[in-house]
Write a protein that binds this ligand. Structure first.
Ligand code: ARG
Length: 465
């Protein structure tokens, strides 16, 4: 080890006479959060070390010592016996410093042809890739839960809403499959992000590349990357992979929040469409009758911090000149926090949805309000009487007005009452006014007829599971 005074940083303090101020250490250190990169950091070092040996840059024996030291460090960290030190700033220097304690001076050879700049970029790409793989599995299993519900309740009628007003009858299965599509696109966005992020910064060194005869293909493929990044400046400066991850996470949690909001509404007694299980309900400390949907409310609220994470990294990156800037150390916490909270939210939603009971009677009873088959009546006037749709819409409005005044459903009006509005109406009109007729008439591609929903569930299985 080269000589250094005992106050300056042991890793880079060669030209420093004094150590950092305590506040400087606090703002500079990232070890409290970047220790989560330990496994990726060690994997990157293993790949780099093997390459250095293969290229004859480091001797076989030093290489062996480094690899065995890294292995011990991995064990120490996983057994919780590793001591993380703030004075060593970050995960990279904590590991390298421990390596020196374990194997001596050979440790100093590991950082040949490498910088923390390409190292940290590599680590975070690897970490994000793992996070994406985990989220993909979780979203897939949420989709499976929803598809099963859709299969079981392909024919359970409920009001479909626009403006949260009863619009037309749909089936519960159809409604669940709408979310299956959204989560499918979310998975697609994560997969796109994964494709673009899967190239290796390692070997870019500080910013300009290196004079050592390294083999970047070798380290890239050892770490499962598709290829090395083409430009060394870009390799150490790019964080758009993290932005893309956070953007995909934001859209995904927005979808989750919409479904969470519907669970909140539907389990309220005023709707009563579903009942959450005891396992996913909470009580009130003062009102003994309460069953609160806290998990759904929290899923709805998680949007705040995840959108915030995207915004926060966008602001960090905006206007940053090339290449590395310490600003970029602020990339990790938003990525970790968003990934953790998205994963927890997906798990909670899957748990809640897998456990809920639907109340088909209440859903069907809700169809008695708001004249949800009015469009079917208008469509009949168009189809059978050849009325222009606008006129049919007008006539139907008048018939709805009659039913409203009488306080009855459309099908409870008499034929002559309807004929007062549109003289051509025949008895056949009653065949389209029932909820089931309405649902099953909507057999256009992507529509809600029971047969369609069964087919759509089967196709969703094929496409997503
Ligand atoms: N902890 C740093 C980060 O997260 C590692 C890279 C430090 N590089 C440097 N040139 N100081 O970004």
């Amino acid at each position: 080890m080269t000589k250094s005074n005992n106050k300056a940083n042991a890793m880079w303090g060669g030209r420093f006479a004094a150590g950092p101020d305590a506040i400087m250490s606090r703002i500079n250190a990232s070890i409290d959060f970047d220790k989560r990169l330990y496994a990726q950091d060690i994997a990157g070092s293993v790949a780099h070390c093997r390459m250095l040996v293969n290229q004859g840059i480091v001797s076989e024996s030093d290489g062996k010592a480094i690899l065995s030291g890294l292995d011990s460090i991995l064990n120490e960290i996983e057994n919780d016996s590793f001591e993380f030190k703030t004075v060593l700033e970050d995960i990279h220097m904590n590991i390298e410093s421990r390596l020196r304690e374990l194997i001596g001076d050979a440790a100093g050879r590991l950082h040949t042809a490498r910088s923390r700049n390409d190292q940290v970029a590599t680590d975070l790409r690897l970490w994000t890739r793992d996070a994406i793989d985990g989220l993909d599995e979780q979203l897939k299993s949420l989709q499976e839960t929803l598809i099963k519900l859709a299969e079981t309740h392909a024919d359970a009628a409920m009001p479909g809403f626009t403006h949260l007003q009863p619009a037309q009858p749909v089936t519960f299965g159809h409604h669940m499959l709408a979310y299956v599509e959204m989560y499918g696109r979310d998975r697609g966005r994560f997969a796109d992000c994964r494709k673009r992020l899967n190239e290796a910064p390692l070997g870019a060194a500080a910013l300009a590349g290196t004079s050592f005869p390294i083999d970047r293909q070798q380290t890239a493929s050892a770490l499962g990357f598709d290829h090395p990044m083409a430009n060394s400046l870009d390799a150490v400066s790019a964080r758009d992979f993290a932005l893309e991850f956070l953007a995909a996470a934001s859209i995904c949690v927005a979808h989750l929040s919409r479904q969470a909001e519907e669970l909140v509404l539907w389990c309220a007694p005023q709707f009563g469409f579903i009942r959450l299980s005891d396992a996913y309900s909470t009580g009130s400390s003062i009102m003994p009758q309460k069953r609160n949907p806290d998990a759904a409310e929290l899923a709805r609220a998680k949007t705040g911090r995840i959108f915030g994470a995207l915004q926060s990294l966008l602001v960090v990156m905006k206007g940053l000149p090339l290449a590395y800037g310490k600003d970029m150390q602020e990339d990790k916490e938003p990525v970790f926090d968003a990934a953790d909270n998205l994963s927890l939210t997906v798990a909670a939603m899957a748990g809640m949805i897998g456990d809920l009971t639907i109340v088909p009677e209440t859903m069907r009873a809700a169809l008695e309000h708001g004249f949800p088959t009015a469009t079917d009546l208008a469509d009949w006037l168009v189809r059978v009487l050849d009325m222009p749709f606008r006129d049919a819409h007008h006539a139907t409005g008048a018939i709805v007005g009659l039913a409203e005044a009488k306080g009855c459903a459309l099908a409870e009006l008499s034929l002559s009452e309807m004929q007062d509005v549109a003289p051509g109406i025949t008895d056949d009109i009653f065949s389209v006014l029932s909820v089931d007729a309405s649902i099953n008439s909507r057999s256009s591609e992507g529509g809600t007829s029971v047969e369609n929903v069964r087919g759509a569930a089967a196709s969703a299985r094929e496409r997503f599971l």
